[in-house]
Write a protein that binds this ligand. Structure first.
Ligand code: PHE
Length: 466
């Protein structure tokens, strides 16, 4: 069949793992996890997070990977083929989320590139360096400069499109096979520097010290919602990325093992990111924060305070952030284009990857430009009357589409298409955890997804439910 000949696949299991971990490891690990862990009970948060990884993350990763591999299709056709057209809508919901994610992710990735270049400039005392400007002023000047923001968003978007257009094995896999081990080494260097600064202990304590008071009263609900939302975004669940990546797996790859390794590696890197960031923040007497503020203001101040070596470590760190963001953004673009590539192949037009990558890239480019020209709510009228466009896109994807799609997925495969995914997993793994998987798929994962949806809506709209 022509379809088989022209559909791409990973060239090795290692390559697939690097790509999947590359998708998971991104801005979420760097600015979400360390702060949330510190603010929500330290070691106690970690224990809860690990339980979530086992009872829900593992289950959802396996579900998505096996759906992709069983159908050998990407998001929309995968749901169509697996359900004889009954739940194609879940595929459509999942496929919409990546458009919104990519719109703001490329903007933030572009900023990481800008900071990498600026710190490089500082090493050589060049005019384009940070030049001692404090982190906040540097950041404000950047987002208020719409054309500069747009230019860096475009650069990041272009890099994403170029790699993805080269193909699954030749583009995404090749890049991740080098980038992910590289990222790991750079991260270790930064961890060592950060943890050996005088006063670093306070940062380690902030992250790790168990604090059970956050669980008191209704507090545990809040902590659970925060840990759940974090895990969902960090492991890249609910938007068909792992369905797509699973569809390129070999029929002999062990899904049960990969399902465990991906969220676990993601968690280890998130912890290391915390040990890279928090000790340095505390060593220089600064306040930890979450989100863009931590990455683009606080940390730049940390590098400014480090003296001569600051620019060097700043450069290394922002390079790491740029790479982590790039390996995530390419998975998002791949999830978008892969359904279109499949339908081209099915209708006999062959593999039109290049053309589709550039067209989809151009469409998400428009979204990125809206975010860049909005300047974090400085210039455009607010979305839905209350959000800056970055937050609005994030709300649509992370707050609504992803949890709804994941909820419908586990309900369908847990209750209506019983045993379908299990058969696929068993075809290439010993699958000792089958019973556990089935029970969690039917009872635990739906509750979890529903809860995440509530938690996300609550945190975006400030309802104060939790
Ligand atoms: N998992 C990535 C991160 O932690 C972000 C991401 C979310 C990537 C959803 C793809 C899909 O930053």
């Amino acid at each position: 069949m022509e379809k088989k000949q022209s559909r791409e696949s990973w060239s090795s299991n290692f390559g697939f793992m690097m790509a999947a971990i590359g998708s998971a490891v991104g801005l979420g690990n760097l600015w979400g996890f360390p702060y949330k862990m510190g603010a929500n009970g330290g070691f106690a948060f970690l224990v809860l997070y690990l339980l979530l990884v086992v009872f829900a993350g593992y289950i959802l990763v396996m579900t998505e990977l096996s759906l992709g591999r069983a159908t050998q299709r990407s998001i929309i056709p995968a749901y169509r083929v697996a359900s004889d057209g009954k739940v194609t809508f879940i595929g459509i919901l999942s496929a919409l989320a990546p458009f919104f994610i990519l719109g703001f992710y490329c903007y933030l990735g572009g900023y990481a590139v800008k900071y990498t270049i600026a710190n490089l400039g500082d090493i050589f005392n060049a005019g384009f360096g940070v030049n001692g400007l404090d982190g906040t002023s540097f950041f404000v000047a950047l987002y208020e400069n719409q054309w500069m923001s747009a230019a860096y968003t475009a650069v990041f978007m272009l890099a994403t499109i170029i790699i993805v257009s080269r193909g699954v094995g030749e583009g995404i896999e090749k890049f991740n096979k080098v980038a992910m081990p590289g990222l790991f080494i750079v991260l270790l260097i930064v961890v060592v520097r950060s943890c050996t600064l005088p006063g670093a202990g306070a940062g380690v304590a902030f992250m790790l010290k168990p604090d059970l008071t956050v669980f008191q009263g209704g507090g545990w609900v809040h902590v659970l919602a925060s840990a759940g939302g974090q895990m969902f975004f960090s492991v890249s669940l609910g938007m068909g990325i792992l369905v797509t990546y699973g569809s390129y797996m070999q029929k002999t790859d062990d899904i049960a093992k990969s399902g465990m390794m991906i969220p676990l590696a993601d968690t280890v890197i998130a912890l290391l990111a915390g040990l890279a960031i928090m000790p340095a923040v505390f060593a220089f007497g600064m306040e930890p924060a979450a989100g863009p503020g931590l990455l683009f203001m606080t940390l730049q101040n940390v590098f400014n305070s480090m003296g001569g070596a600051g620019a060097f470590f700043g450069f290394l760190f922002y390079l790491l952030v740029s790479i982590a963001a790039l390996t995530s953004s390419m998975s998002v673009l791949e999830a978008i284009i892969s359904s279109f590539i499949d339908s081209g192949i099915e209708s006999g037009k062959g593999n039109q990857r290049k053309k589709i990558a550039w067209i989809a890239g151009a469409m998400t480019f428009v979204m990125g430009m809206i975010v860049a020209f909005d300047g974090l709510g400085t210039y455009l009228p607010p979305m839905f009357g209350r959000f800056c466009w970055l937050d609005g896109f994030d709300l649509l994807a992370e707050g609504v589409l992803m949890p709804v799609a994941a909820f419908c997925t586990v309900i369908y495969f847990g209750w209506f298409k019983k045993g379908f995914l299990q058969a696929e997993i068993k075809s290439s793994s010993a699958f000792a955890t089958e019973k556990f998987y089935t029970v969690c798929l039917r009872y635990v994962a739906p509750v979890f997804c529903f809860f995440i949806l509530l938690g996300q809506l609550d945190s975006f709209f400030g309802f104060g439910w939790f």
